[in-house]
Write a new protein. Structure first.
Length: 259
């Protein structure tokens, strides 16, 4: 076959630091190296992998960039394992929202879908402890809205509420994704909201919405809880997303039965 008709391209040799990083990553993802544990020291890693010190250091830089470990200069202990956290996912989603690959409208639509289903499941599966946590978080949000009008602190507390709802759904992946998507959206759009609207009014409206969601969850009304989640996100963010992707948010609102 001629070069012009070739289906495959020549491969590049894999560098040693990539193999080192892959092995460490696999141990982290498998749970053999849980969050908070430490990797062996640099000298020990050099010996175990039978590679040079520069190779080990490059592998650690790759893992740190991915958010899987934290290595401090001069730390006599090995790098600290962070594991997979919402921060890893939210950073990736935030980059997608800023790139040509994905739009802010798509990210908000994704959050609408996640939040509505978290609300629906929480209405069916919550317990009294879940309701207590949600109530406390809303009270904290209310105190923040009446205080310094710190939008960032309010957004952090808002994220805790959505995480509590997702955890009440009984699905740990929903909890992880809920925090990650919330952080990614807020990171991209928080400044726009702060400039475009009175932060105090926005926070008061948000508190009222969260009380409605909690009431629907407490009553076991999954359809209403889901619909409230989608509508609130549409109301908050629709005017800030790209005009050509606003239709995605409209589509995500769903029918009157909340489906």
């Amino acid at each position: 076959m001629s070069a012009e008709g070739a289906v495959f391209r020549p491969v590049q040799p894999v560098r040693a630091y990539q193999r080192v990083a892959e092995q460490i990553e696999e141990r982290i993802l498998s749970g053999d190296l849980p969050p908070g544990s430490r990797l062996p020291g640099e000298r020990d890693l050099v010996s175990q992998f039978a590679v040079g010190r520069s190779t080990v250091r490059e592998a650690l830089r790759v893992l740190q960039s991915a958010g899987l470990v934290r290595s401090r200069p001069g730390d006599p202990l090995g790098a600290e394992v962070l594991g997979v956290t919402p921060d890893n996912l939210s950073r990736a989603l935030g980059r997608l929202a800023r790139s040509h690959i994905s739009s802010l409208g798509e990210l908000v639509q994704f959050r609408m879908v996640l939040d509505s289903e978290s609300n629906r499941l929480a209405a069916r599966l919550h317990d009294e402890e879940d309701l207590r946590r949600m109530t406390e978080i809303i009270e904290r949000m209310e105190a923040l809205s009446a205080g310094t009008a710190d939008l960032h602190a309010f957004s952090e507390t808002d994220a805790l509420f959505h995480r509590a709802v997702a955890e009440a759904s009984g699905n740990s992946l929903l909890g992880l994704c809920a925090r990650a998507v919330h952080d990614a959206v807020v990171d991209v759009i928080e400044e726009k909201i702060a400039v475009a609207a009175d932060a105090t009014v926005w926070m008061e409206r948000s508190v009222a919405h969260h009380r409605q969601v909690l009431a629907a969850i407490r009553a076991g009304d999954g359809a209403l809880a889901a619909r409230l989640g989608r509508q609130a996100l549409y109301d908050y963010y629709a005017e800030h997303v790209e005009e050509d992707t606003r239709r995605l948010l409209t589509a995500a609102l769903g029918d009157d039965d909340g489906r």
